[in-house]
Design a protein around this ligand. Structure first.
Ligand SMILES: [Zn+2]
Length: 230
């Protein structure tokens, strides 16, 4: 009966798509990560305890022997990894604190931080997305420490994600933090749900981009592409 319930759920329609289509085609529904209003009622400790219990149940249903020394600690390890590492970006407490500095050098061209390696997870299959992010901005009078650009990328990557949303969340945050529309984000990533399962395409990659303000011209895009490709 359970299987029927699951199938029934995924056949529900949203904007003409079934829930199953949305997952398989990696469509996304909103810019904000969909969160429950009471997402933080539970402490991190409580979350880890609860996830550990639930994950051991998944393992048990799969038929794994949780008394085996190799498997015993897995539910706790997975719970800790979810809460403290790979999904830690769900918690606004972990948002990087960003200090701005005056642009003393009067540098007024684009600054590009390229090849920021990140690991995220597909929100439809909970398997890794591995990629590189390139971010750029033109100072509105303020500058940011370079490592903060990296940290902002990592923060939004550490959520169950969809690449388009990841791109836009990084861009939006940069715009707010840097007080300018002149930001660009390019993400080039591999989705393990495409390579290791499903269509099993090992060579394809997904590229998404955001060009805001002054970046939204063919000239600036070409300049940025040139920096990234060299
Ligand atoms: Zn996926």
């Amino acid at each position: 009966m359970k299987t029927q319930e699951v199938t029934h759920k995924t056949k529900q329609k949203l904007n003409g798509f079934t829930i199953e289509d949305i997952g398989d085609d990696h469509l996304f529904t909103s810019l904000d990560t969909p969160m429950k209003p009471n997402a933080f009622d539970m402490s991190n400790q409580e979350k880890k305890e609860r996830i550990s219990i639930l994950f051991s149940e998944i393992m048990d249903v799969l038929g794994l022997d949780l008394n085996d020394d190799s498997l015993k600690g897995t539910p706790d390890r997975v719970a800790k990894m979810y809460v403290e590492e790979i999904f830690s970006g769900l918690d606004p407490e972990n948002k990087p604190k960003v200090a701005l500095f005056d642009n003393k050098y009067q540098y007024n061209q684009m600054l590009v931080e390229k090849n920021i390696t990140f690991y995220s997870n597909c929100e439809h299959h909970f398997v890794p997305i591995i990629g590189k992010a390139h971010v750029a901005y033109i100072s509105s009078g303020k500058v940011i420490g370079l490592s903060k650009l990296n940290r902002i990328v990592q923060y939004y990557a550490k959520r169950p994600q969809v690449q388009e949303r990841l791109t836009n969340q990084i861009a939006n945050d940069l715009k707010t933090v840097l007080e300018t529309e002149d930001v660009a984000v390019i993400i080039d990533a591999k989705h393990l749900c495409v390579s290791s399962r499903g269509i099993k395409d090992e060579t394809s990659a997904t590229v998404t981009s955001y060009y805001g303000g002054a970046f939204n011209t063919a000239e600036k895009i070409a300049e940025l592409q040139n920096y990234i490709n060299n």
